[in-house]
Design a protein. Structure first.
Length: 61
């Protein structure tokens, strides 16, 4: 019984699991921010390219 209580205390006091969860959440937030940034830049480039193509007009043949 004493061994079980010792193992329970060690598990409770071990902070490695909590740190791993915190880092996983942080990585998830950073990943979501990067994906959002990439999508926003892609939309901006598409819009700029469309405006440029419209302003240049059709290619004369």
């Amino acid at each position: 019984m004493k061994k079980l209580m010792t193992m329970t205390r060690q598990f409770r006091d071990d902070e490695n699991g909590a740190a791993m969860v915190e880092y996983s959440i942080l990585i998830g937030i950073i990943t979501a921010a990067v994906i959002t940034l990439i999508v926003a830049v892609g939309a901006w480039v598409t819009g700029a390219w469309t405006v440029l193509s419209t302003n240049l007009g059709p290619v004369p043949t």
